[in-house]
Design a protein around this ligand. Sequence first.
Ligand SMILES: C[S@@+](CC[C@H](N)C(=O)[O-])C[C@H]1O[C@@H](n2cnc3c(N)ncnc32)[C@H](O)[C@@H]1O
Length: 345
Amino acid sequence: MQQYAMLISPSANRVYARTAARMAANEIRVFSARALDGRVVDVEEAAFGGVPYLTFRSDSLSARDLRLLANLSSLYALFAVRGAMLEPIAVERLDRYDDDLITILKYVGKTNEQFTKLLLNVTAAVALDPDRLLSGDVTVLDPMCGRGTTLNQAAMYGWDAFGVEVDKRDFEAYSAFVQRWLKDKRLKHHAVQSRVKREGRGVGQRTRVEFAATKERHRAGDLQVVEIVNADTLRSGEVFRKGAFDLIVTDAPYGVQHAAVKDTRALTRKPTEVLEAAVPVWADLLRRGGALGLSWNLYTTARTDLVAILEDAGLEVMDAAPFLDFEHRVDQAINRDLVVARKPK
Ligand SMILES: C[S@@+](CC[C@H](N)C(=O)[O-])C[C@H]1O[C@@H](n2cnc3c(N)ncnc32)[C@H](O)[C@@H]1O
């Protein structure tokens, strides 16, 4: 069996970096179990020349397998281990745009970018077969999208990204950002502002932007969409049609008053109550076989309670290894975990 060694990205966030290796190891295990028929084994932390790596073994990784693994959220560089030497493997990421799409915006309450990518990845691995995952033909909703970290990561992959956010300032900041960024990059795009209405009553403001990574794609009509709606997530069912999304991915409000988190302002209910009310709405918006990936603060909601909410909404929760070891500390008030649940086919 060939052994591979993965160099982990030097994380911008020191707190997240402490748990990055364990999180990355479990992300590889999810990819292996869900997208690579269990062909990646012996995932371990190791050191080469005093530098920490993750190693794993596999019999036969095809070009497609490597294209999948290239998108692991913490992958910096990949090597084949040859005795005491490391042979670089060229990785071909899905990334369609410059990475400042994801890194430029800095604000209080931003979800860590690497973690956002991990959550999107493990949710995608549950819902999509590998060819679909690599195809670009994927539709994602972040129903509590803040200033769009999930939307940007989905757009980076070439996927269509939709968001709902109750906070008007976040909505406006993201709407402005995405248009300015496309303009700065001289990427052809078309933006439309409108009001979403149902039965004559306003639901919220909407910004929809259509764009393409290259002039050729634009000319061919191969457009991507980013759309954000300023509304309460409980009204998402009035904005989008049932079964519209392959993936729903969100970092739920933490329910704490804290310098680094601004979400209490927008909250009228406790996080568990919001999730109780919102999960059935979101489940309706998932297509059959689609998956919901949620991260939340364990200090406000117990895992068992969230699993019950997801099951009550008719979703199948991934409630076994490697999905049970993603818990990590964000700060003294936030101990974050993630859960992935699938809508039965
Ligand atoms: C943890 S933050 C997500 C941050 C986001 N991932 C980002 O990086 O910008 C949770 C978000 O949920 C939003 N939120 C809270 N309650 C909501 C509701 N009922 N409907 C829609 N959004 C809500 C908050 O305003 C906040 O932006």
